[in-house]
Design a protein around this ligand. Structure first.
Ligand code: AHZ
Length: 339
């Protein structure tokens, strides 16, 4: 962010209606003392701070201490998660739902979540057409009960429940996922390739996925105009890819499976049909290639399912199914990788 330009005089003070010779002046906020009309005892922060701003003071800090507080932790995380148990690619509603279930079910697993965007959450900060409410079908409300997100019954359809704002769901889910000590979110980081190994002799698939290739998203976006910006890697016996339907960053692993000839071609997402799409995505969330589970809307590109548009039940339950699949095979995949 660029520094603010000087648009007002630091020293000038003005009260409403006074003349300022055209100079833009900082409006004076009179110190009213203890906040009028705020009943005490209702907010401990106000009890602590209100009316004491004159004597308020931060302790001193050296800038390098702030830098080191960030960088030492980030580099430690890079070191810790260079060998992960599970990597989740994409922190949209499906990926975060999978992370939540896995974090709860297996605190012993090291789980890295890689999100290309600075802001995790994918398409789940708003409902459809940028409206606020998030609508879903039962029994996905069980996921909300577990998470502690309030919702209301839709009066027109007993199958539908509504969260007043999609951001309430996404911020709650994100806060719970981030609180797990065994989960690290690397945002602003893009998965730009997959690590592969030959498959075991006699197995139908000729290869397995053994990790992800990452880079800062800003670097990934500039491979066409800057050369030789090599990536970093994370090894993991199991990847869950939930990068959404096709788009500039969408369906990444699905598309890569085609270019690596691990699958012949994409099914391609079909037009919108909520009824068939939601069940199809949940039921078919699975290990598509050894070591790679695909869930959420990315799966519609693999199999050719319909899209469901502004209803989110399938994304949450596809996340639950992806977690269940992961828990079923993780220990086997770990052993295979050690062999
Ligand atoms: O930034 C992407 C988003 O947050 C992230 N992502 C994509 N490619 C990535 C890559 N590396 C790292 N190569 C990557 N991150 O993946 C996230 C996908 O979130 P999403 O909300 O788009 O997908 P979802 O499957 O969780 O939810 C989709 C919800 C639906 S349904 C639908 C329709 O039917 O039209 N549209 C949407 C958005």
């Amino acid at each position: 962010m660029s520094p603010p330009s000087a648009i007002y005089s630091e020293t000038a003070t003005v009260v409403a209606g006074s003349h300022t010779n055209g100079l833009k002046t900082k409006p004076v906020i009179q110190n009213l003392g203890p906040i009028a009309n705020v009943p005490s005892g209702q907010c401990e922060l106000l009890d602590e701070f209100a009316g004491k701003w004159d004597e308020f003071k931060f302790g001193p800090v050296r800038e390098s201490q702030v830098s080191r507080a960030m960088t030492s932790r980030y580099f430690k995380d890079l070191d810790t998660y260079a060998e992960s148990d599970i990597v989740i690619v994409g922190a949209g509603s499906c990926g975060l739902s999978a992370a939540y279930v896995l974090g709860k079910a297996r605190p012993d697993l090291k789980i890295a979540v890689i999100e290309a965007s600075v802001s995790p959450g994918g398409g789940a900060w708003l409902g459809g057409q940028l409206f606020s409410a998030m609508v879903l079908r039962k029994p996905a409300n069980r996921f909300l009960d577990d998470l502690g997100v309030p919702y209301e019954q839709d009066p027109t359809n007993e199958n539908l429940v509504v969260i007043k704002h999609a951001a309430l769901f996404t911020s709650t889910l994100l806060s719970k996922v981030l609180a797990f000590p065994n989960i690290k979110l690397f945002n602003a980081t893009c998965v730009e390739d997959l690590i592969t190994r030959p498959g075991n002799p006699g197995e139908p698939s000729s290869m397995r996925i053994a990790g992800v290739v990452t880079n800062w998203t800003l670097v990934t976006m500039h491979h066409d105009d800057h050369s030789c910006m090599d990536p970093n890697t994370i090894n993991a016996p199991l990847i869950i890819s939930t990068t959404g339907h096709d788009g500039p960053f969408g369906a990444f692993c699905a598309k890569r499976l085609v270019s690596m000839e691990a699958i012949e071609k994409l099914g391609g997402m079909k037009g919108l049909d909520m009824n068939s799409a939601e069940e199809a995505i949940v039921k078919n969330t699975r290990e598509v290639t050894k070591g790679l589970i695909i869930g959420g809307m990315e799966l519609s590109e693999i199999d050719g399912w319909h899209r469901m548009g502004p209803i989110f039940s399938a994304m949450m339950l596809s996340g639950v199914k992806a977690a269940e699949e992961a828990l079923r095979i993780i220990d086997v995949r770990k052993k295979e990788c050690e062999a």
